[in-house]
Every structure is written in structure tokens, then in C-alpha cells.
Ligand binder design. Sequence first.
Ligand code: ADP
Length: 356
Amino acid sequence: MARVTQEAVEAALRGVVDPGSGRPISDEGLVSNLVVRDGNVGFVMEVPADRGHAYEPVRKAAEDAIRALPGVLSSSVVMTAHRDQDAPAQPAGGIDGVKAIVAVASGKGGVGKSTTAANLALALAAAGRRVVFLDADIYGPSAPRLFGLTGKPETDGTLLYPKLAHGIATMSIGLLIGEDQPMVWRGPMVQSALEQMLRQVAWGEADIMIVDLPPGTGDIQLSLTQRTPLAGAVIVSTPQDLSLIDARKGLNMFRKVDVPILGIVENMSYFACPACGHRTEVFAHGGAKQEAARLGVPFLGEIPLDIRIRETSDNGLPIVAAEPGGHLANAYQEVASAVLESLPGARPQGPRIVIE
Ligand code: ADP
């Protein structure tokens, strides 16, 4: 099949009209960061901040016009609202109503970062904190699957409304463009999508925002950590030496930008046989703990390798919500307590009640 070209896409976009001026959106400077790769097309549509609602049909028309071209496999247009030139620039600061932002990071993919982030969020909520969740893993969003969320988020034209997942307000790029859409985005598109998900979402009041970062220590992670005042970072690692080396990279990245490391979680730490209860150290268990001690950062706890953790995540009800009080939920609950310990600002005000 013929491959779609940049020129063909630009020609198609000349047929999509800006309702404000009656002129093609491409002439109005609304099209930026156009990417055409292997039949996958995407661009960012920048619209005035107060007109977001009015432009939703235009965004859709642009997506449809691209999709109608021969050779197009996918089409995604992401709308971002920019402020007037004259209006004061929005500083890259905290998020109104959110007291502490905690990033969950890993040196590489597949170590269980997203699973840990989701269960940590649920465990913090179970410990009485108001928690919101941002899935910033732009290349592999997993919050919709982990939390069983479907459908696009609602919008009032200016703000996106997060979806409630077991009491936790959640936003994910996967909700905006579908999990199966290939990501053909370039750095700047990712940047503006992330900014929008952070700052143009009606998060409400929260004690803690958990941000599930993309794996690794690339530019996206770096700029997010630079532009957002993080209360701290949690590093997820498996016990294998290799990923520990990767975890070290993560630590260094946060240190470079002066983000406090709240600690390391060892995931897939050991295997408890469901039949006989025998505990097998599949990998060199304890590696993360030693490494944390060596690096002088807190060790936040260990999560076993357990089929129930995977099954419950795939079913949209992570283990902390599926089996509260169970030994696996308790493992995450311990991590949550350790995170709260490392996060002085998030401790509850008023007296601590101890029940003996
Ligand atoms: P990452 O975000 O690091 O890429 P995920 O959280 O998506 O990793 O986890 C990768 C896979 O491993 C998923 O299928 C998940 O269900 C599974 N998984 C994660 N942690 C555990 C665990 N402790 N026990 C069993 N399976 C796990």
C-alpha cells in the first residue's frame, strides 16, 4: 500500500477550517510538531486557552481528514491550550491543590514500576491520604488497564476531568488516545502532552499525586523532574544486578536535579510457592536492600513475585484493592508507610492515634 507523505497530510489539513477565522488551521499556526511515520500520523494542535471546547470538533475533523488518506494506519491529534502572548506566562510550578508530588521511576522497563505505582497509590489511599494518579508513561500507558478505565475523560473545554479509579482521580494519555495506538511522537509533542496532563486537569485537593514516569532516564523524565517541584522519587528495581545498575542511573538523574530520593522498592523480590508456601529466591534477593544501604538511600520494602499481583493488575483491580488485608496488600502497605516516613510534609496534621 502507498505510504502517506507529509505533503499529503498538509494538503488534507488545508481542508480543515478554523471556525474563528474561516481559514485553514494550517494557515492559522494551529498545527505543530507534525509527524508522519510508517503510516502513523500525529500532530499537536495549539489553541487559545479559553477556546479549548470550541476546538474539539476541529481536532476531530483534522483526525478524520488524516485518517481518510490512503495509507494512513493511525491518526492522533493532541490539543493543547496555550495562553495569550500578553497574558502572564504560567510558571512551571506546583499544581494547585496538590500538596506533594511523588514520582515513581525505574532504570528500565518491565521491572513492575507501573504495578508498584498503582498499588502504592491505593495503599496510600487506604492509609487515609487523598491520592491522585498521573500516568506519565507516555509511550506505554498502563493506568487504563491497571485501573480498568475506559472511555475518554470529560472536559469543560479548558480542563480535563480525571477518571475515578477505586477512589483515586486518575489521568493517563492512554485515556486520550487509546492504549493500542502506536506512539509516533517527537519530544516536543510528548512535552506538551505531559504539561497538559499535569496542569490542565481538574485534580482537586490531594495530599499526594503519584506520577508513573516512563522507564529510563531520558529527556522526558529529566524535563518533567526539572519543571515540576517533586517532593521526591521512588525507584523500583528488581533484585538482578543489571537492573540495579539501571536503578543507579535513576538515582543519579534525580540527584542531578535535586529531587529527594524517597527510597528503593525491591520488586519481584522472592517467589512464594502458592502450593507449598516455600520461599524461593529466584534472583539474588536482597540486592536492592544492600544497594540502598550502599548508596545511602532508604529501603522502602520488598514485593514478592506472585501471580496474583499480575492477575489482579490485568483485571483492572490491583491487589491492594482486590485483596485488602492480604499478605501481598500488606507488603505494599509497608512500602506506603515507608514512603510517608520519608515524606515529612505528607504526614497527617494533628495527633497520631496509636491503637494497641
Ligand atoms: P513496568 O511499568 O516497569 O514496565 P509493569 O508494572 O507493567 O512494569 O509490570 C510488568 C509485568 O510484570 C506486568 O505483567 C505485571 O503484572 C507484572 N508484575 C509486576 N510486578 C509483579 C510482581 N511483584 N509479581 C508478579 N508479577 C508482577
